[in-house]
Design a binder for this molecule. Structure first.
Ligand SMILES: Nc1ncnc2c1ncn2[C@@H]1O[C@H](COP(=O)(O)OP(=O)(O)OP(=O)(O)O)[C@@H](O)[C@H]1O
Length: 270
């Protein structure tokens, strides 16, 4: 499925959060959505998921608006992992992951064999099987995040929208979840993942979309999107860059100096 957001405007009260954002994602694409705190990444993801209506603009799913597809069909095709899924419910891990199959189930019907297989695959991929019987509210933050990821994977949709899925994870699980998302894209899903880690964004995402000031400041391969000028404008920092085995790593280094006219400029390396 192709998801195509056109000229999206979102305003909350006086704050214009998105102003004319366009983003189209096709099957097999792994897109990293990046930008500073408050740049509008979660808002855009919610718009793509169909849970936040834009003030202006439209989101098309294979050329059709969500109302032409229907809520249930959309929920089967577009999986959404929200940022602050607190999930302190008194439910077992397996029951939470099974919620990902709700769009497939008939009212009051249990899990079908296909549902159980999808739940098993998702729990295996997100490595939550060891605590499948635990109550989800008793898990650590990172464990819980992997359970919510498993719930989104269990949907086995055409599109996976994941809002900061690695923010609470230890280094090994960060790498594993990024690899898992990339594998999901390689199997044909369109994946959009919100990230703050620019190294992992650059390494794992074939395409980055950088939001700043409510607009798309840059959209393309990591080398181009993470050019010094874009990073300075979007984040107000310089990056230190290094290379390992042909891949670049990037560290936030220092705030950009602000010139006398209020223009940010990057301090020369000494
Ligand atoms: N329901 C709302 N009501 C009012 N303001 C909102 C609402 N939702 C978001 N905002 C504001 O819109 C802006 C964008 O929020 P959003 O969550 O999309 O940012 P983000 O890029 O995901 O940020 P972060 O990196 O901090 O998660 C923020 O300034 C936020 O305070």
């Amino acid at each position: 499925m192709r998801i195509d957001a056109r000229d999206i405007h979102v305003r909350f009260g006086d704050a214009q959060v998105l102003r004319g954002v366009a983003l189209a994602v096709g099957p097999g694409e792994m897109v990293g959505l990046i930008g500073a705190n408050g740049a509008g990444k979660s808002t855009l993801l919610r718009v793509l998921a169909g849970v936040q209506a834009p003030g202006e603009g439209a989101v098309l799913y294979d050329g059709r608006p969500s109302r032409a597809i229907g809520e249930r069909e959309l929920a089967r095709r577009v999986a959404f992992l929200a940022q602050d899924g607190e999930a302190l419910w008194p439910l077992s891990v397996a029951a939470v992951v099974a919620l990902g199959r709700l769009p497939y189930r008939r009212p009051f019907a249990g899990l079908s064999a296909a549902d159980r297989a999808a739940v098993g695959r998702a729990m295996g991929a997100a490595e939550v099987k060891p605590f499948r019987e635990r109550v989800v509210g008793t898990l650590s933050g990172g464990e819980r995040m992997r359970v919510l990821l498993a719930r989104a994977l269990a949907v086995e949709g055409d599109i996976l929208l994941a809002d900061e899925p690695i923010a609470a994870l230890d280094p090994l699980h960060q790498l594993q979840v990024m690899a898992l998302l990339r594998a999901t894209a390689r199997r044909g899903a369109g994946v959009v993942v919100v990230l703050h880690d620019l190294t992992l964004a650059a390494r794992f995402c074939g395409r980055l979309v950088l939001l700043s000031g409510g607009r798309v400041l840059a959209d393309g391969p990591a080398e181009a999107v993470l050019a010094d000028a874009n990073v300075a404008e979007a984040y107000g920092v310089t990056l230190a860059r290094g290379e390992r085995a042909g891949e670049t790593y990037l560290l936030p280094w220092e705030p950009v100096a602000v010139g006398c006219h209020g223009h940010a400029h990057i301090r020369e390396e000494r």
